[in-house]
Design a binder for this molecule. Structure first.
Ligand code: B12
Ligand code: SF4
Ligand code: SF4
Length: 392
């Protein structure tokens, strides 16, 4: 299998690294772009392209439409200020171009043999790919700055809609699962960009290549792909795991043993099964965590384990809430599991008590469930106890 990180040396000399005193016009154009692209590829980016800094009109329209349709389910991110997140020129004074770069996060899967109750992490978080992506982009950014340009890196930042600039930069097309698919390489890529004052030749967007395929749509465990390219966040497990508050009861069973992110609409995609390009990892991937560990470790330990994840208010409560649902879905009611659930039922946090009630009922541990509780959220759970898990 080919490896994309680092790229083999092309024999071309790297661009000069020293900041120069700039006289006359600054470098730009096709030749300069070719050099920057080579530099980015050497730094581990799989593909690079250039888009304009014009407002992202389609993305803005879509964001407003999704808000109007109630599909954003309290998400903030790029939805908080659509005008700002779709006006890339606001990010860098006199910006002329956006260089978009992607890093593969494809890596072979492996079964977990160590955890008592394995909690599964989605591929994009097996290591901290966002930091590695930004490091690669910064190599290009530094060159631009050395050449007298302004240049700033953005990745997964609320000021730019990454997929839209990636599409415009000809990196890939929008799949029906909403992800950007890179031709002959699939969608297991994180996306970042450099907004710069350099004038560079614009890339051409690519044609849709999903064709008649629709496999990702029924593969979603919660039917969150409500029409091609459109996700209802209120049903998407990836968002529900991040969202604070009660985890929607109707999607708890579908959660299975996911603790962070969901891969199903991508693992079902033939472009990923056939062509995804494995990356060389700088550290060993963590595909799972023990759910019991998340429920028994200290706050500091849990947050260290989840470093790099989006966790609301950096509060381990939300990770533990998710871990409790995993117990209900996949643990056996062993004495150890019973002990952890019993402790959570006595927690001072109503969120933990509420989800522990659900897990206890799923595992048939009715003797642990209290008859009443002084909190409304927990009372609600007591009123709607789930049925015993079918495999128990
Ligand atoms: C909010 C967000 C989420 C939300 C909502 C996702 C969503 N689809 O909107 C949640 C938490 C659910 C989420 C989940 C995931 N995310 Co996310 N997320 C973001 C974030 C922060 C903003 C996205 C955004 O602005 N959406 C706005 C809406 C309007 O955009 P859109 O859904 O892409 O809509 C476009 C298409 O519909 C297209 N379009 C218009 N008409 C039509 C018609 C057709 C037929 C089609 C096909 C398309 C199409 O145009 C729209 C506008 O560009 C970005 C980072 C960033 N700053 O951009 C990462 C980002 C999109 N996420 C990313 C990833 C990796 C994921 C997950 C795979 C993580 C995981 N394993 O759980 C899942 C995938 C879920 C999915 N199928 O989309 C990557 C995507 C990489 C890629 N190859 O596409 C990004 C770019 C982060 C990054 N920098 O790498 N994410
Ligand atoms: S990430 Fe999971 S829940 Fe969200 S749309 Fe994809 S398959 Fe559905
Ligand atoms: S599964 Fe099929 S429809 Fe969905 S993104 Fe992949 S190619 Fe497109």
């Amino acid at each position: 299998m080919p490896s994309v990180d680092p790229a083999p040396p092309s024999g071309k000399p790297p661009l000069r690294k020293k900041r120069r005193i700039v006289h006359g016009p600054l470098p730009g154009g096709v030749e300069y772009w070719n050099q920057l692209r080579d530099l980015g590829e050497h730094a581990g980016l799989f593909r690079l392209g250039v888009s304009s800094v014009n407002p992202l009109i389609r993305a803005r329209k879509e964001i407003l439409q999704r808000i109007a349709e109630g599909l954003t389910n309290d998400m903030q991110f790029t939805f908080r200020n659509p005008e700002r997140s779709t006006t890339p020129s606001l990010t860098v004074k006199d910006a002329k171009s956006i260089i978009v770069g992607v890093r593969s996060y494809s890596f072979p899967d492996e079964e977990d043999k160590d955890s008592t109750v394995a909690a599964r992490i989605a591929r994009y978080a097996w290591i901290d790919h966002q930091t590695e992506l930004k490091e690669s982009l910064k190599v290009v950014m530094r060159q631009l700055r050395d050449d007298g340009h302004r240049a700033v890196v953005f990745a997964d930042d609320n000021s730019i809609v990454d997929r839209e600039v990636a599409y415009q930069a000809g990196i890939g097309w929008f799949g029906k699962n909403a992800n950007i698919l890179v031709p002959s390489a699939g969608s297991f890529f994180v996306i970042g960009c450099i907004v710069t004052t350099a004038e560079l030749p614009l890339s051409q967007p690519l044609d849709d290549s999903c064709g008649t395929c629709t496999r990702c749509i029924p593969a979603c465990p919660t039917n969150a792909i409500v029409r091609p390219g459109v996700i209802d966040a209120g049903k998407c497990l990836s968002w529900l795991l991040q969202k604070p508050g009660v985890f929607a009861r109707e999607y708890r069973e579908a959660l299975g043993n996911r603790i962070y992110g969901c891969d199903d609409c991508q693992t079902s995609c033939p472009h990923n099964t056939k062509w995804s390009v494995p990356v060389t990892l700088s550290s060993s991937p963590r595909r799972t965590i023990d759910a019991l560990y998340l429920l028994t470790a200290s706050d500091q330990e849990v947050m260290k384990t989840c470093d790099g994840w989006y966790v609301h208010d950096r509060n381990p409560l939300w990770v533990r809430r998710n871990a409790l649902i995993i117990l209900g879905n996949s643990a056996r009611p062993t004495p150890e599991v019973q002990g952890v659930i019993a402790t959570c039922l006595e927690s001072s946090e109503p969120v933990l008590r509420a989800h522990a009630v659900w897990s206890a009922a799923r595992l048939g541990l009715h003797q642990l469930i209290p008859e009443t509780d002084n909190n409304e959220m927990v009372q609600e759970e007591l009123r709607y106890l789930p049925a015993l898990r079918v495999d128990l």
